[in-house]
Ligand binder design. Structure first.
Ligand SMILES: NC(=O)c1ccc[n+]([C@@H]2O[C@H](COP(=O)([O-])OP(=O)(O)OC[C@H]3O[C@@H](n4cnc5c(N)ncnc54)[C@H](OP(=O)(O)O)[C@@H]3O)[C@@H](O)[C@H]2O)c1
Length: 277
């Protein structure tokens, strides 16, 4: 089976490549923004037609949530037009498409874990552009897997590394304690994506690790596991004044996984322990 991964240098792209390299019978094509710009319709169509993958896994995105608020056109190009190009090109050759999406498609003000059947209501440009990406992929290629995740960390730039770096120069750190979500390892997300593709289980899925946390609680656990002495103090979202509004509560429930292939994700505590130790 020939698999094309876009955004090969990102956190998820790297982890998927690692896991696929362990599997037999996989012909992997990894692309980077420098050799395949997913926003270019012409380039995407000629690349896909030349290489004829069976599955395209789109790991490319503009993930800097605050940047999306000012670089709106760029955000729509990468998070909406890119997936549209890939879904259409895949459809033309009969290939499947995996689109990765986000908890930010939800409004974040319902105090319950969100399933694939809950109503979306994005509050940020990032959330809006990712939602439109989902919709186009769904409409343009019936062989789609749309997988929403959250609070992702792996090999690359992420919250965990930022906090560890900050601990080196700070005796105390204030961390937000009024946003709830679920830290998710790229290891768990990649395992689920690979299984969905193996099972040909098309559709919309939520995929985060199990459980929930605030950024403050997550940081406390990171520092405990690493033996970092920096004191962590809880603060409110309002104290930080970020350009993009963050959802207060965006815990996803992996309901469709539970109902179909089974939920093989770990608790967020198990996953972060393996990542750090
Ligand atoms: N990170 C999170 O917390 C989080 C949370 C929820 C959902 N997600 C979703 O999960 C997926 C994977 O996220 P991630 O954290 O692995 O992302 P990431 O580490 O930020 O990687 C994104 C990749 O996309 C590439 N890219 C950007 N613009 C491109 C373009 N025009 N053409 C081709 N490639 C381009 C980037 O390449 P360059 O490095 O060359 O720019 C980068 O390698 C994304 O769909 C994201 O929206 C992430």
């Amino acid at each position: 089976m020939k698999i094309l991964i876009t955004g090969g240098n990102g956190q998820l792209g790297r982890e998927l490549a690692n896991q696929y390299k362990e599997k037999k019978g996989i012909d992997l094509i990894l692309t980077y923004s420098s050799d395949l710009d997913i926003t270019s319709t012409k380039d995407v169509f000629s690349f896909v037609n030349l290489n004829k993958p069976d599955v395209i896994i789109n790991c490319a995105a503009l993930t800097v949530v605050d940047k999306c608020e000012t670089e709106i056109e760029m955000a729509y190009k990468i998070n909406t037009i890119g997936p549209k190009n890939l879904a259409t090109a895949a459809n033309e050759i009969g290939a499947e498409i995996v689109q990765v999406s986000t908890d930010y498609v939800f409004g974040g003000n319902l105090n319950k874990s969100l399933t694939e059947f809950d109503e979306v209501n994005p509050q940020t440009i990032y959330g809006k552009t990712k939602l439109q990406g989902e919709i186009l992929v769904k409409n343009l290629n019936s062989k789609h897997y749309i997988v929403r995740t959250a609070w992702l960390y792996g090999d690359g730039k992420n919250f965990v590394k930022t906090m560890i770096d900050l601990s080196k120069t700070n005796k105390t750190l204030k961390v937000v304690n009024d946003q709830r979500g679920t830290p998710t390892s790229t290891v768990d997300l990649a395992r689920v994506i690979i299984k969905l593709v193996e099972d040909k289980n098309y559709g919309l899925y939520h995929c985060t690790c199990k459980g929930e946390s605030t950024w403050y609680e997550f940081t406390k656990e990171i520092f405990r596991l690493k033996g970092i002495a920096t004191e962590v103090l809880p603060c409110s979202t309002d104290e930080l004044q970020r350009p993009a509004k963050r959802p207060e509560y965006s815990v996803l429930r992996n309901y469709m996984l539970e109902l179909t292939t089974g939920d093989i994700t770990r608790t967020w505590q198990e996953a972060i322990k393996e990542y750090l130790l």
